[in-house]
Design a protein around this ligand. Sequence first.
Ligand code: ADP
Ligand code: ADP
Ligand code: MG
Length: 497
Amino acid sequence: MFKKVLIANRGEIVIRVAKSCRKLDLRPCGIYSDADKDSLHIRHCEEVLSIGGSSPSESYLRMDKIINAAQKLGCDFIHPGYGFLAENLEFSELCRKEGIIFVGPSPEVMKLSGDKVRARKVASKVASIVEGDEVSKVSDALDLANKIGYPVILKAAKGGGGRGLRIVTSSDELKVAFASSRNEAIMSFGSDRVYIEKYIENPRHIEVQILGDDSNIIHLGERECSVQRRNQKLIEETPSPALTNETREKITDTAIAVMKEMRYNNAGTVEFLFKEGNFYFMEVNSRIQVEHAITEEVTGIDIVAEQLHISSGEGLSIKQEDVKPRGHAIECRINAEHPISFVPFPGMVKHFVPTIGKGIRVDTFLYSGYSIPPFYDSLVAKLICTGENRDDTIRMMKDALFSFRISGIPTTIPFHISALSDNRFLEGNYDTSFINQLRPFSSKDGEVAAAILFQLPKKVHFLKKSEEEDLWMKSRFDWTHIFDPDGSPQSSLRWNK
Ligand code: ADP
Ligand code: ADP
Ligand code: MG
């Protein structure tokens, strides 16, 4: 009899996981909230159950409802995707108790990886960490910050998704930030434990994809994720333009050593900050990551299928010597957000026409006429391009972005066009401060992005400095210009260049 997998998530990642399930002759099953009754992910599951409630706390975070659904459908596995319960220790323990296989590392591992303070301690045996520690009182926080020196960053021990993070430059700020970080931590993660780290200015974010079973831990190379807003990723690429072969070997060896310390046993990511040739362990993400697809494209390895192999007890189907990355891959996260302020903009998608072509992969759950609900993450599509080398891939990506058509709602597409035209990005010389410094309309392609954003006359003109300034200010404060009301093809803007 075919085994069944409950994919306990929503949107694009359900569709992505369902594809690997079918490849392995596993039956994908799903759940959906009230707000998701028209979501495309339902079609990709062979059996689905409604779990009610639109807000995550009434549905996708309800462990009881999800376990119940798995039992009703007779599922052998639960794949948690990313976000929601993916890194929740209690949920993985509950699955074990109910005899359902949680597709992820064992609860023993998650006890370490899910607590960023503990993970830092374990990792520090084999990797450099940034100076810092847990603090439970504001007076301790002030003492520690004085000792390590401002700026510092406050983080939630159980944190994720950029929440609970506060960058602090003085003791006055720290007093306020300590309370607000703890509040956010308890609201988002059910724990008010926080820690302080030295804030590294303008680092790069580089992470290593790991696969491990009970006998072997291998890496699939690194990903550069330094294009971030609000400490959340928007563009990722592999390989990282910042690494020499020597530093690459060091960072991947260190990632494996960290995971060996944790006895890690599934797909996971070790995140590092990288500056001036040194890298510092940041955290382990014990789940499939949003940006896993770029690694899949250069290695040809199906990471979700490997997760399922590991969880079913078959172990990894590949060895380290089978991993031979080839070419270059970039992902642009297309979010339903204003492309400059990054304020989320859910709403009705009038027309949706993704770009297709050789080397282009689109992971999405959008379709024309779909109404994006306001309750969830703003990520609506991942555009992934893979080419022979970095320059070719950037060119492909820009072409793909020009042709990608989403009307009715604003998206991050114009941002991506500007970012991929910026000299620092083109030279591979960027860090996490990139977005703050980006002048979105200062390049020729930036002007095309501006035209898409503002529905300017089709003839794209070279902006004067004052006009650029004007657009920039307007775009930050006036959100009425961002729609594409008649749904005219965005690509036509290019013909008049
Ligand atoms: P990735 O490195 O996979 O991109 P992100 O930090 O961007 O990870 O998070 C991926 C998704 O998961 C986002 O939708 C984010 O909001 C969500 N997320 C991450 N961690 C948590 C968490 N602990 N609780 C809830 N949601 C989370
Ligand atoms: P999350 O669990 O929310 O993903 P992380 O600890 O991974 O939190 O940090 C998210 C981002 O915040 C990093 O990618 C980086 O841009 C920034 N960051 C985190 N720690 C530091 C630090 N010590 N110095 C500078 N930037 C940091
Ligand atoms: Mg992180």
